[in-house]
Design a protein. Structure first.
Length: 384
């Protein structure tokens, strides 16, 4: 059996080695390392893929989220509602901009932000909602967009984990994750479903005026060289990373499909086990299938019941099976974001999830032998 890895980037590279090497070699021979033609070509390709008017590449996913908020003209003290159960980058940029993070609970079956909790948290100072499409599945964007329209709020999609996912609205309209709200951010960190070979990110929007503002922000506030019209940052996607992403983008749907197929095999092996709660594909999904497009499984995350999660994690490590606990500490308990406004009773789901979740290897190179070994190891342990 091949060595197990959470993400097999080497194996993925070997499949597209010729096209990636050719793209990088071309840049090395022209020395167009910053703002080379590959950046603009990738931007155009991603706009076509997402069916969105504007993609603005930048240096990383955290920058993308911060720049999106800067572009909206939010003011210090404005309240931004987001999920308690997510990676810290989401709340980090809110705090960095002197905005006020308002953390709310998530749905137990999807791990995504709870629209009911959003509605309860809105105050006169609320200006935006940041739904995080966690682990590869869209949040309930129908409900979120309705709440935003009712209260005149911006919606900033944190799409760092769900690029390639398709959201089907209740009216049947299909849209790519990250193209539904007013603006969205994504990350091209190497382990993402569409990852480069370093850091990278992008902002998406259909608002041309907002896109113009953001293009200045990412480039020191300049639209004309040495004319600084807005306060900006230095956040560029370098040409080599753009070339890698341009080579990988045509494979993205296939990558997502392979992840769904691996998820389907995991689900079949664990189905019906009393100590395991399986991930849900979506509110209107009847189950995981090879053609389901509502989830792209950036992570395959189980809930382990009966207080066995930590013991299982230790057992997996002993058996050479990598795993992750995303996330062991909720944001409302993190030292940097403690706030007397938060009551533990408002985070009952998150507090349960941090004790139960465990993520298994998930990538495009997983084979049946590896999946069988992982699932048998888990089932045998939980049955003892």
């Amino acid at each position: 059996m091949k060595k197990l890895q959470m993400v097999d980037l080497v194996g993925q590279y070997q499949e597209i080695k010729e096209e990636v090497d050719e793209a990088i070699d071309g840049i090395l021979n022209t020395a167009s390392f910053i703002n080379g033609p590959e950046v603009h070509a990738f931007q155009a390709d991603l706009e076509d893929y997402l069916d969105v008017k504007h993609v603005i590449p930048c240096a990383n996913g955290t920058d993308a989220l911060q720049i999106a908020m800067m572009g909206l003209g939010l003011k210090p003290g404005d309240e931004i509602i987001t999920a308690d159960f997510t990676f810290a980058a989401t709340v980090e940029v809110i705090a960095l901009l002197n905005l006020t993070p308002v953390l709310v609970d998530v749905e137990e079956d999807t791990f995504n932000i709870d629209p009911i909790a959003i509605e309860k948290a809105i105050t006169p100072r609320t200006k935006a909602i940041v739904p995080v499409h966690l682990f590869g599945m869209c949040a309930n964007m129908d409900a979120i967009m309705e709440i935003a329209a009712k209260h005149n709020l911006f919606v900033i999609e944190d799409n760092a984990q769900a690029i390639g996912a398709t959201y089907t609205s209740k009216n049947g309209k299909k849209q790519k994750a990250g193209t539904i709200g007013h603006i969205a951010s994504t990350s091209f960190f190497p382990s993402k479903n569409l990852g480069c070979y370093g850091d990278g990110g992008a902002i998406f929007t259909n608002d041309s005026e907002l896109a113009h503002t953001i293009r200045g922000i990412v480039n020191h506030g300049m639209y004309t060289r040495y004319h600084h019209d807005v306060v900006g940052v230095n956040s560029r996607l370098d040409t080599i990373q753009a070339a890698v992403l341009k080579a990988k983008l045509p494979h993205l749907d296939n990558y997502c499909q392979k992840r769904r197929q691996a998820a389907s095999k995991y689900m079949s092996a664990f189905e019906g086990h009393k100590a395991i709660i399986l991930p849900k594909a979506g509110k209107n999904c009847n189950g995981i299938c090879d053609t389901c497009d509502c989830h792209v499984f950036h992570q395959f995350t189980l809930r382990i019941l009966e207080g066995k999660r930590d013991a299982l994690a230790t057992h997996l490590a002993d058996k050479g099976i990598p795993h992750g606990i995303y996330y062991p500490i909720p944001l409302h308990r993190q030292k940097a974001y403690l706030d007397e406004r938060y009551k533990e009773s408002n985070f009952t789901v998150t507090n349960k999830l941090v004790e139960e979740v465990i993520s298994l290897p998930m990538h495009t190179e997983l084979d049946d032998e590896q999946i069988n070994y992982i699932t048998k190891t888990i089932v045998d342990f939980l049955n003892n």
